[in-house]
Design a protein around this ligand. Structure first.
Ligand code: IPD
Length: 271
């Protein structure tokens, strides 16, 4: 399968799962379980969505591996891994806010952002009815239209997105990083779905984004979509984007944010 065909498969499966979770939300949402903390929730729709996604992917590509946020990993023999978030932005989903998405990335190698080679991905936000997607080397799309990151912007006029993990102690350190940065940019947004935020950088609705503590399923699709739209994607101190730092922006703004975030030791939050 070409990367374009993988992109099509990711889009098709994300659309079906998105329709499912949107219709389930109309019926009412309740918390099925909590994970790392009481705030870190799973709904029945997360689980149902992931079951649907796994079934559809394995029907199409039975020898691939899958890592999903709710179902863990299953190993195949093809060397290709699907990295799946069945609902990214679950708290928004619970509260009836529009920013949540199904995120499906596909990579060569294991589900490790340091070593994987992204092949394709799709992020479908059903309430916004927007499908972002990309294939390696083929550019990024919103629906069927090409998208690009914003042109270089004065950092003082940059709108920057961020997010917070669920660990209470870490959240305080994350908030301190926001305090250190907010006076130097136009403003900071915390909208609640990292997958959508990464696509917003691709689409020019944000100038940049950073977060410490992202999981592979939060970023597998969105980071490729942003990269294909012209964003630089990485961590601090020349490292790859990992749980320690996922930073993306047009290259000039990336350099500014990298320097400021290094000064604030933002990638040390996890340590
Ligand atoms: C979360 C969202 C949020 C980000 C968190 C993620 P979930 O994913 O993407 O925006 O700040 O780090 O864990 O829990 O809603 O799938």
């Amino acid at each position: 399968m070409s990367t374009r065909e993988l992109q099509d498969l990711a889009r098709d499966v994300a659309a079906k799962a998105g329709e499912l979770v949107r219709s389930r939300r109309r019926e009412g949402v309740s918390v099925a379980a909590t994970k790392s903390s009481p705030e870190d929730i799973v709904t029945a729709a997360d689980r149902e969505s992931e079951r649907l996604i796994r079934g559809l992917l394995l029907d199409a590509r039975p020898h691939d591996s899958i890592l999903g946020e709710e179902g863990g990993s299953t190993s195949g023999t093809s060397g290709v891994t699907w990295v799946v978030d069945p609902i990214d932005g679950t708290v928004n989903y619970l509260y009836g806010l529009a920013d949540y998405a199904v995120s499906i990335g596909v990579v060569e190698g294991e589900a490790d952002p340091v070593s994987w080679e992204p092949l394709a991905g799709a992020v479908y936000a059903p309430e916004l009815d927007v499908m972002y997607s990309a294939a390696r080397g083929e550019g990024a799309l919103k629906g069927t239209a090409s998208i690009r990151v914003n042109s270089p912007v004065d950092p003082g006029l940059a709108l920057v997105g961020t997010g917070f993990g669920y660990d209470p102690e870490r959240r305080t350190r994350q908030a301190n990083v926001v305090m250190g940065l907010i006076a130097e940019v136009r403003d900071i947004r915390r909208m609640g779905s990292a997958a959508v935020d990464l696509c917003r950088v691709a689409d020019g609705q944000l100038d940049g984004f950073f977060e410490v503590g992202l999981n592979p399923w939060d970023m597998a699709a969105g980071a490729l979509i942003a990269r294909e739209a012209g964003a630089r994607v990485g961590g601090l101190r020349g490292e790859a984007a990992t749980a320690s730092m996922t930073l993306l922006a047009e290259p000039g703004l990336f350099a500014f944010l990298e320097a400021r975030l290094e000064g604030l030791n933002a990638d040390r939050i996890l340590r």
